[in-house]
Design a protein around this ligand. Structure first.
Ligand SMILES: Nc1ncnc2c1ncn2[C@@H]1O[C@H](COP(=O)(O)OP(=O)(O)OP(=O)(O)O)[C@@H](O)[C@H]1O
Ligand SMILES: [Mg+2]
Length: 289
């Protein structure tokens, strides 16, 4: 219900003639932790910004955020300050490499791991206003199937699930997709393989997930790319820099550049991927009338 209210408001404020939102909202998520979500968000954001896009990044790993550390930023305030009402999202926004905008999360705050509905609404309202000024909003959701993860994943236009070649990343991705399909009626997922040793390994890993999801969950998964395992990623992390900035010729940085080019060409989804988008779509139609 609260999402419905905000979606209507967001659509009526930010229509581009045809009643469609112009900001691309992509949630980057995973079942298993440590597969590379935050690195994907940081490097995709930098690569999109280098391609001329206005990019906003939300660290939605609210209790255990670390995007700021990854990007060498030192936030004075975080989303925790927004939730207690002392600051607005706009006030905590930082500028990062390549001019990206970053909304940092706090770390070590267990009570933020499950937002209340009114907290969700507050974040969503303020986020909608900021996102309206951007071309792309990337959301780093944190790992697992907690309510925060599923909330942020389901409210985006696109859910990009990160998997790695480890078998546990596949079983956990399957579990996450299952929860999103059952609870939020999500029907479409984009999948990015990270840390693959070869393109062949990437397609084999994706193939296993594709078969299981298609057979047992009846939802669609689309492979959108693969980021190779690359020691330069680790070297950049140690320097608190995005590999796309520090080592732009490294294999992973080149793969992020290709991914960014592809992302800018993703068509606006014709059909909603889940129940939340259905509401959004209806609101858009209504707002356009
Ligand atoms: N393509 C890659 N090649 C080599 N190492 C990588 C690659 N991607 C990620 N890593 C390594 O994996 C580590 C974990 O990455 P990251 O913090 O982005 O994962 P995460 O999914 O965000 O983790 P969490 O679930 O804890 O939020 C990084 O510190 C980096 O050393
Ligand atoms: Mg992370």
């Amino acid at each position: 219900m609260q999402l419905r209210m905000r979606r209507s408001a967001l659509v009526s404020e930010d229509v581009d003639g045809g009643g469609e939102l112009s900001t691309q909202v992509i949630a980057v998520t995973s079942g298993k932790g440590g597969v590379g979500k935050s690195n994907v968000v940081a490097n995709l954001a930098v690569s999109l910004a280098r391609a001329g896009k206005r990019v906003l990044v939300l660290d939605a790993d609210l209790g255990l955020g670390n995007l700021d550390v990854l990007l060498g930023l030192v936030p004075q305030h975080t989303i925790e300050d927004v939730l207690v009402g002392s600051h607005t999202l706009s006030e905590i926004m930082l500028r990062g490499p390549a001019g990206i905008h970053v909304l940092p999360a706090s770390s070590g705050v267990p009570r933020l791991t499950a937002l209340t509905e009114s907290q969700q609404l507050m974040i969503q309202e303020q986020l909608a206003d900021l996102a309206a000024e951007m071309d792309v909003l990337l959301i780093d959701t944190g790992a697992g199937i907690s309510p925060n993860v599923t909330f942020f994943a389901s409210s985006a236009d696109e859910t990009m699930v990160i998997i790695s070649p480890e078998p546990t990343s596949l079983t956990d991705a399957y579990a996450l997709i299952k929860v999103l399909a059952r609870q939020y009626r999500e029907r479409r997922f984009k999948v990015l393989v990270n840390q693959a040793k070869s393109p062949r390994e990437a397609s084999e890993v994706f193939g296993k997930l594709d078969v299981a999801v298609d057979r047992f969950l009846h939802v669609s998964v689309e492979l959108v790319g693969a980021i190779p395992y690359d020691d330069y990623v680790h070297m950049a992390v140690m320097q608190q820099k995005a590999v796309s900035d520090m080592f732009p010729d490294a294999p992973a940085a080149q793969a992020f550049k290709r991914l960014a080019q592809q992302v800018t060409q993703w068509p606006k989804p014709g059909l909603p991927k889940g129940s939340v988008q259905l509401v959004w779509q209806r609101s858009a139609t209504h707002a356009g009338n």
